[in-house]
Design a protein around this ligand. Sequence first.
Ligand SMILES: [Mg+2]
Length: 143
Amino acid sequence: MTRAQLKELRRAKIIHLSQLSALENRRDEVMDFNKYQELAERTANKSEKDSDNFRFANFGMGISGEAGEVTDLLKKVVFHGHNLDREKLAKELGDVLWYLATIATTANLSLEMIAEKNIEKLKQRYPEGFSETRSINRQAEGN
Ligand SMILES: [Mg+2]
């Protein structure tokens, strides 16, 4: 929730001043995309080979490996009868997120901007939510 949204709630007298203060304090603890990206960079490999190309190669391979770990975990649930280990899935998704963040940082892209542009694109593609018809027509149009 943004500061402007909190003010709007207060202005509309939807929440009490003490509640507003509590929400504002909690807001500082919330992990947003950009804060995550900054914290992920703290543990990126800072070797002598730390050029952009080295980072792209390292993190590009890393994200693929971690996506493979997610895939393997899901495969075992769907095809091998394993129970879904949600904690393990969360850890592997977090590993994918870490590589996503470090690739974005190397390319000087913010995760927040990437997330916003992705949602914007999907809103245009599927204004009423996912639609098989729109998906099929999209493929037929080649975009
Ligand atoms: Mg992993």
